[in-house]
Design a protein around this ligand. Structure first.
Ligand code: ADP
Ligand code: ADP
Length: 229
């Protein structure tokens, strides 16, 4: 089975003024195979975040189907959600929690028993062990992004989705985040990331889907796509 199946997915946002509303996704279909790093590439406004937010259960689709790890998001939303970890674009933490507490709270949210939580291990994986007990508000932007990735992995999902992981970050942090993505993938996690940098998709992804104006315009192994360009 594919890690993610997107089938004729459509989203039209409601227009507060009673108009037709924005068609953000227009019949998009593709599969994300298991085990690789899959890039969803497209310019700003293409519909990438809308697609991710539908998978995350944050936006209701207008039409079509999606399944995650074989679980339909409508019929089996609980199992679908448990099969995916989402790293959102915006950094949202309570500034007075520490990285350790952020991960423990997330573990509690998923009903994972204290003894079974992996907070220390996850802090080590994102190289935040020495910031274990620092207030989140004192962390650098890069540390916060790494903590977000650890938080998304608390329930050990087989799939990790990162929405524009390196938008607005400096070269050094981008390198760190790329390394982290590669490490997770080498540990067997299927990775999906959105980006508007072709260079980033080429560097990290073994397969790239391109969307523009809510439509899928390509879906190929990176090597074939690069040969075409
Ligand atoms: P829906 O109810 O269609 O899912 P949301 O609840 O996501 O829509 O958003 C509510 C309203 O917020 C939208 O109708 C829109 O006016 C506004 N909005 C939020 N984000 C955006 C955006 N990125 N671009 C344009 N409008 C937005
Ligand atoms: P991307 O992530 O590729 O930049 P988005 O999915 O954020 O694209 O946006 C796709 C289109 O839908 C854009 O035209 C955007 O303005 C619009 N849009 C996004 N969110 C909302 C919303 N909540 N309400 C209305 N329109 C939205």
């Amino acid at each position: 089975k594919p890690a993610i199946r997107i089938d004729n997915l459509t989203k039209r946002y409601a227009d507060p003024n009673g108009g037709e509303g924005k068609l953000a996704l227009d019949g998009v279909s593709f599969d994300v195979p298991q085990g690789g790093v899959f890039g969803l590439l497209g310019p700003n406004g293409a519909g990438k975040s809308t697609l991710i937010n539908i998978l995350a259960g944050l936006v209701n689709k207008t039409g079509g189907h999606a399944s995650i790890w074989g679980f339909d998001i409508d019929e089996n939303p609980r199992n679908a959600k448990r099969s995916i970890g989402i790293v959102p674009q915006e950094i949202v933490f309570d500034p007075f929690f520490t990285p350790f507490e952020v991960l423990e709270n997330q573990g509690g949210f998923y009903g994972i028993r204290k003894a079974d939580r992996r907070s220390e291990e996850l802090l080590a994986a994102v190289r935040l062990t020495d910031k274990r007990d620092a207030y989140a508000r004192t962390l650098s932007g890069g540390m916060k992004r790494r903590l977000l990735i650890a938080k998304a992995m608390v329930h050990s999902p087989p799939i990790l989705v990162l929405d524009e992981p390196t938008a607005g970050v400096d070269v050094e942090l981008r390198r760190q985040l790329w390394e982290l993505v590669t490490d997770l993938n080498n540990d067997g996690v299927t990775v999906v990331l959105t980006t508007h940098y072709l260079e980033e998709a080429e560097a990290l992804c073994d397969r790239i889907a391109i969307i523009n104006h809510g439509k899928l315009i390509a879906n190929k192994p990176t090597r074939e796509l690069v040969e075409m360009a």
